[in-house]
Ligand binder design. Structure first.
Ligand SMILES: [Zn+2]
Length: 333
């Protein structure tokens, strides 16, 4: 059953049967002359049937949707965009940075394999990288990149009563959508209430954790009554949640420094030693996709530590090993 947020904004619960995260909050904005869906669900029967049912409860059908705004390229958000655009001639709206990333996505597999190998990843991780960066998923992304009814938006651009705010970190071009009049933030996966959004290194010359922390600071300057995330509960106290998320990353950075001690370790070795917030008794118990995300997180944190000169890398036998720059460094964000 859709949940009414304002008189013209509804939260739709869309099942994600094929993904660990299980459910997406899509949002439907009904304007006088058009209906806008924000995020879509995965390319699955579960998602499309729930979308149809949720719309039906509002007296609407798929063909009543005129535009889709995509917060970021991940499969649970963009997954049905291509199909809906073909079925109902829906216009797709996406941030220009994210759009350019989709356009060059076909090179991502090779880059990820290079990064993973350099960082000592196991063969199992190299295998799972294919699922995330190539094959079925990459095909879905590329198809959206080939549509001719895509409109890209720039940072701070205003459309209707919405302002697009680029909040990179979870992905390179993630956007949040701010409804200034109602003081609501559609936060995508940048702010989540129940879990900490994944922040992974996606390209060698990037610092996604730094981007993410800057994005959180940017959001904290807005007046927000409620944040409406793409998964889980609505965030009633955005400021508090932002503080918790910053604290989480501060703790993780210090945990990594502690794990390193005065040893030289690869990012993979560090990833296996971090206490991930998951129910498990050891690295081997994690499923391959959890390990892949954990490795990405570890790399993002190491990149951050490297850029503030807390650690440095040394290449030996074609593998990067990290070592602390000095003893007793404590990171405070
Ligand atoms: Zn998501």
């Amino acid at each position: 059953m859709p949940e009414s947020i304002t008189k013209n904004l509804f939260k739709l619960s869309i099942k994600l049967p094929d993904l660990a995260i299980e459910s997406l909050n899509a949002y439907l904005l009904t304007l006088n002359d058009k209906n806008i869906l924000i995020d879509t669900g995965s390319p699955s029967y579960g998602s499309i049937s729930l979308l149809v049912e949720e719309l039906e409860d509002l007296g609407m059908k798929i063909s009543d949707i005129n535009e889709i705004i995509i917060t970021h390229f991940h499969i649970d958000h963009i997954g049905l965009a291509y199909l809906l655009s073909k079925l109902a001639k829906v216009k797709i709206i996406i941030g220009n940075v994210e759009y350019n990333f989709i356009k060059r996505f076909k090179y991502r597999y090779e880059e990820m394999i290079k990064i993973l190998k350099l960082n000592g990843a196991s063969q199992q991780l190299l295998n799972i990288a294919f699922d995330f960066t190539s094959g079925f998923r990459a095909n879905i992304y590329s198809r959206v990149g080939e549509l001719n009814n895509v409109e890209t938006v720039n940072d701070s651009q205003q459309l209707y009563n919405l302002k697009f705010l680029f909040t990179p970190g979870h992905t390179i071009g993630h956007i949040c959508i701010y409804d200034e009049e109602n003081k609501l933030l559609l936060s995508g996966d940048t702010l989540l209430a129940d879990i900490t959004p994944n922040v992974s290194l996606y390209e060698e010359n990037s610092n996604p954790l730094n981007d993410y922390l800057k994005s959180l600071k940017r959001i904290s300057k807005l007046e927000i009554k409620k944040s409406l995330p793409a998964h889980g509960r609505i965030i009633e106290n955005t400021e508090e949640r932002i503080r918790e998320l910053i604290k989480h990353h501060e703790e993780r950075l210090n945990e990594i420094l502690e794990i390193m001690g005065n040893r030289e370790l690869t990012a993979y070795e560090i990833a296996t030693k971090i206490k991930w917030k998951l129910k498990y008794n050891g690295w081997d118990e994690l499923d391959p996709s959890q390990k892949y995300l954990a490795m990405g997180e570890t790399l993002a944190h190491l990149k951050y530590l490297e850029d503030i000169d807390a650690v440095r890398r040394r290449i030996s036998d074609g593998v990067i090993k990290y070592v602390k720059q000095k003893e007793n460094v404590k990171i405070s964000l």
